[in-house]
Design a protein around this ligand. Sequence first.
Ligand code: LLP
Length: 423
Amino acid sequence: MTAVVVRSMSSYRTQIAGVAVTELARQFGTPTFVYDAAMIRRRIADLAAFDVVRYAEKACSNLAVLDLIRRCGAVVDTVSAGEIRRALAAGYSPAGNPPPIVYTADIFDAESLALCVEQDIHVNCGSPDMIEQFGRLAPGREITLRINPGFGHGHSRKTNTGGKQAKHGIWHRQIAECLQRAEQFRLRVTGLHMHIGSGTDLEHLSQVCKAMEETAAEVGPAIASISAGGGLPTVYRPSDAAIDLDAYASLWNAARRRLEEQFAHPVRLEVEPGRYLTAESGFLVAEIRAVKRQDNNTFYLLDAGFNNLARPILYGAYHPMSIVPSNGDAARPEQDVIVGGPLCESGDIFTQEAGGVVVARRLPEAKVGELMVIECAGAYGFVMGSNYNSRPLAAEVLIENGGCHLIRRRQTFEDLIRGETIP
Ligand code: LLP
C-alpha cells in the first residue's frame, strides 16, 4: 500500500540567511544545524509587550545562541545544573532583578541544589519538596512557585504539562500548605508561574490568565511577578495558525493590571518561550545518501536521523523539508517520498505521524549526493540529539550579519568514547 501523502510546505531551498546551502555543507559537512540569528532577534522583538522575555533554554542551549539571546535583552529559564552553568558561561549574572537566571524544575538533584544555593540562582519551585530542600539550606531567600492549574494542553499528549496526570508544578489546591512550608524556612514567595504545555494555542493559553489571577489573590500582595510560561506555538505545517500575539499579550497585561490594582504595587509580567524564539531559526542540513524503492514506495535516506532530530519519532512532529537542487534546477517533477535516516531502526523516519504511522511527502525528484534541508528545527532539535548507533553529534553553525560561525564542531570518534575504559 502506498503511504498517505502530506503536501510539502517548501520544496526548494538554495540559501539559509543569504548563504548558499551547498557552501555551508562544503565548509561544515553534514549533518549540520544552521541557525539564523536575525530570526531569533525578530522573535524576541515580537514579545516586547511583556516586561521580561525569559528564554526556556532547553529548546536550544548552545552557548553562542544563549549569548545572542542575552545580547538581545532576554533572560533565561533553566532546568538543570548544566543549563545554569551554560547560562553563566554565556555571560548571564547569577543574581539580579529580574533574576537573569531562574531554575524551574520539579526536583533538585544534589548539584542543582548546591549551585542554586551557592550562586544565588532564583528558584521556581515545582514541588513542595523543593521548597523544603531549598529552605533548609537557604532560609530567608525569595522563591516563586510553579503552579499546575489543574488543566493543560500541548501539541502532543507528551508535551501537556498541566492537569492531574502531569508531574509538573505544585497542585493548585496545595497553595496554602506550600505557603506554610515556605514560612517555616522564612522563604518569601514573591511570584507565580504557570506553564500548561508546549506548542499549545491561544484558547488554552488564555485560560491560564484567570487561573493565575485566582492563585495570586490567594497568595496576596507579596506577589511581585507573574509568569505566563511558554508554549507559544510555531507554524510548522501549512495548516498551522500563527498565534495572535497582540491578543495574547493584551489578555496578560489586563490580568497583570487587575492584580496591580488589587495589591497596590507593580507586578512584573514575564513570558517564557523556548520554541517561539528558536524553532524557525534552525535548519538541519543533510545529504541524501540513498534513493530507493520498496515496491511502490520511494525513500530518500539521509545522513541525519532521529539521533539528530527526534521530534518526528517522539511526537509524529511535522517539519517542512526542501531539496537543494545541485544543478540550480528548481522545476523538477515531484513524487511521493518517505524520508528516513541512517539508523538501524525502522522508526528512523522523518515523515511520520503520531503513533509511528509512516506517511509520504510530495517532494521534488532528487538524487544521491544532493542536500536536503529539514526546517523549523532550531527548537528541541540538536539538544535532543543522541549518539545512538555511535554517530557523532552534529555540528552547529550560527549565521549573523552574513558571517558563518561554527559554534560547535562535529563530534569525533574520540569524543564518542571519552570516559569509557576497558577494565
Ligand atoms: N517553561 C517551562 C517550565 C517548560 O517546561 C517549557 C518546555 C517551556 C517553558 C518552553 O516551552 P515552549 O515555549 O518551547 O513550548 N521536546 C518537546 C517540547 C518539550 C517542552 C518542555 N518544556 C518538543 O519538541 O515539542
